[in-house]
Design a protein around this ligand. Structure first.
Ligand code: SF4
Length: 281
């Protein structure tokens, strides 16, 4: 139980304990009157119409576009973050404009016929730290007969995934490494991510998984084999994207992953999975 004046956030496994008015580790949630609320609710930092393959999602309405939104904040600290400008900063540092779920769903619907838009994607920063906005937008999108696409690190509580899973049509979830050792490095929870992948698949969501291969960190054959083995245990037909690291944020001095390494690891994963793609090569 939390002390009087404190609230515990149950959105992700960090379980931040916050004094009234305090901001959580993700910078996106704030304690207010004994509850933890999404401070980034309706705050849009990024809005674009993207090819769905860019998410990356390869086997759900290929060739279509999807209106994609992001806000700010993330509950992980991957040193190689590719979106640190919005994921690793808070409200005072990320320019945003306000939008309601109805406004975004109406925009998505307007883009349906002339721009091949199939729905709304929650992406760019970590969407689940503001899961209430995902839920509210997803209901509006469904009401217009369109699709919801989640692009996430998957590090969220069982309760959050239970509530969202029936609303999500397709997802790309990162499985960044093969163990809690790796997740300790990026500040996440390996079991929670595996649970998210399983729950979304069991709920009937189209799930694809992405692993970024970081040199010296998860580029051993055993690393990718363990990742492929877990994905295959959920379903051998889940697509796995094996992608190439490029120097970013706190790893801007590191070398990119050799293309040959990415291709060789993808071949290894193909022994267990029917659909393995390489990315950034
Ligand atoms: S979602 Fe944010 S505030 Fe909540 S537990 Fe995770 S890091 Fe902390």
């Amino acid at each position: 139980m939390s002390d009087v004046g404190e609230a515990v956030c149950k959105t992700c496994p960090r379980h931040c304990r916050l004094a009234d008015g305090a901001i959580g580790f993700c910078r996106a949630r704030r304690a207010e009157g004994g509850r933890v609320v999404a401070a980034n609710y309706g705050q849009i930092s990024s809005l674009a119409l993207d090819p769905i393959e860019k998410k990356p999602i390869a086997f759900f309405h290929p060739g279509s576009n999807i209106l994609s939104i992001g806000s700010y904040g993330c509950n992980l600290r991957c040193p190689f973050c590719q979106n640190d400008g919005i994921s690793q900063h808070g409200v005072d540092e990320v320019p945003c404009r306000a939008a309601t779920p109805v406004e975004l769903a109406d925009l998505a619907a307007r883009l349906k016929d002339d721009r091949d838009n199939i729905g709304l994607a929650y992406t760019y920063n970590e969407p689940l730290v503001g899961w209430e906005f995902v839920r509210d937008c997803a209901k509006e999108i469904r009401a217009r007969g369109m699709f919801n696409v989640l692009v996430s690190n998957g590090c969220a509580s069982e309760e959050v995934i239970s509530e969202l899973a029936p609303l999500i049509d397709a997802a790309n979830i990162d499985l960044k490494g093969p163990s809690q050792d790796y997740y300790g490095w990026v500040g996440g929870d390996f079991k929670a991510v595996c649970r998210t992948i399983s729950m979304l698949h069991e709920a009937g969501c189209h799930v694809e998984v992405t692993t970024l291969v970081v040199p010296g960190r998860n580029d051993a054959d055993a690393d990718i084999d363990a990742i492929a083995a877990f994905v295959a245990s959920v379903s051998p037909d889940i697509p796995l994207h094996v992608t190439r690291f490029f120097p970013r944020w706190r790893m801007s001095d590191a070398s990119p992953t050799p293309v040959a390494t990415v291709r060789s690891l993808a071949d290894l994963a193909r022994r267990r999975l029917s659909r393995v793609l390489v990315g950034n090569c």
